[in-house]
Every structure is written in C-alpha cells, then in structure tokens.
Design a protein around this ligand. Structure first.
Ligand SMILES: Cc1cc2nc3c(=O)[nH]c(=O)nc-3n(C[C@H](O)[C@H](O)[C@H](O)COP(=O)(O)O)c2cc1C
Length: 174
C-alpha cells in the first residue's frame, strides 16, 4: 500500500550531541536494524521501520545527487560521510552528520550497510543547507528526475573541482 505523503512542518526534532542514531540495511537499503534513538526521532512504531526502505525518512530538501554519491561510494566498498536532513513521521526534521559503511564478509563481498549519525553544529548545518538548496534547485529545474539528479551531481562535482578538493576534504572542511 502506498504511504501517505508527509508534509514537512519546518519544526526541528531535538536530540542530544551525545546521542548516536544507528541503522543497518540489507543490500537494497531496507532497514534491518534501528536503535532506540532512531526510533524516537523517526516517530514510527518499530513494526513500520524494520523491513522498510531507508527512504522512508527522506526529506524532500535532500538533493538526490547526495544519495547517488552515497550509493556509488558504499557499493564500491568505501565509506562515506554526509550531512543529511531526515523527516519524521509527522513531518518534523532533524539534521545529522552520517558515517555510512559497507559490511563485508570474509570473501570481501558486501553483505549490507551500516550508518552511524551524530548531531552536527548549527554553523555546519547553515553551510550545507546553502549548498543543498542550490543542488536541489538545479535538480528540480529539470522535468525528468534522473536528469535533474545528474544536473545536481555535475554541479556538486564542478564546485569541488573549482575549490580543488575531493568530496571528503570538502566535507571535513565544513
Ligand atoms: C546504511 C544506509 C543508511 C541510509 N540512511 C539514510 C537516511 O538517514 N536518510 C535518507 O533519506 N536516506 C538514507 N539512505 C539512503 C536511502 O537508501 C535512499 O537512497 C534515499 O533516501 C533516497 O531515496 P529515493 O531514491 O527513493 O528518493 C541510507 C542508505 C543506507 C544504505
């Protein structure tokens, strides 16, 4: 059954700097584990979370190209750090700084993914929000979602090139 469309409220869910939001997924990004902080912030009952796609907490302000970068990186068996704004069941939101890693078996096959997230500080959120707004604008200027995502992706890569930095260097300079 299709999920009802959630409208963002603009209200931020509070959480503590000492808290860690944790989830694990299968290879397709379906949630197989979520800790109590995840549950509290997402405001979903546990039965709705386990087995659901991680995009269930996607906020419409998130650029698609960031998720492309995320998936390209973790599927290539690399880890990635990313700022993400997530949306709770009631439309409230919370910014996180996520560290997403692939889980490998003994034969070096990817068998799942893991994400740990902490609260970023306000200055970091302000900086990333400006970038994400411009990426999202570029993405939504295209009719076709995939073309929009590639436009956002090219814009991000262009900005990194202009600064002469790799994505990781950029993220840790914020
Ligand atoms: C381990 C892991 C953690 C993820 N965490 C989030 C998250 O916190 N918020 C989010 O919107 N997407 C997260 N994603 C990405 C989603 O799988 C998905 O790509 C994204 O929400 C965009 O969904 P869409 O392409 O269906 O719009 C995560 C993926 C993985 C593998």
């Amino acid at each position: 059954m299709a999920r009802p469309k959630i409208v963002p409220t603009g209200i931020e869910c509070p959480f503590d700097e000492s808290e860690l939001i944790v989830s694990k997924t299968d290879l397709k990004g379906n949630i197989i584990y979520a800790n109590d902080v995840f549950m509290r912030l997402s405001k979903y009952p546990p039965g709705d979370v386990i087995g659901a796609p991680h995009s269930m907490i996607r906020h419409p302000d998130m650029p698609r190209c960031i998720f492309k970068l995320l998936w390209d990186t973790i599927q290539a068996k690399q880890e990635i750090f990313a700022y993400v704004v997530n949306m709770a069941r009631d439309g409230d939101h919370y910014w996180v700084f996520a560290h997403v890693t692939p889980t490998l078996d003994r034969q070096n096959n990817v068998i799942g993914f893991h994400s740990n997230r902490r609260k970023p500080d306000r200055g970091q959120v302000d900086t990333i929000q400006k970038l994400y707004r411009s990426l999202r604008e570029a993405e939504t200027s295209e009719r076709n979602a995939k073309e929009g995502m590639m436009r956002g992706y090219d814009m991000l890569m262009g900005q990194l090139k202009d600064r002469g930095v790799e994505y990781d260097e950029f993220i840790f300079s914020i």
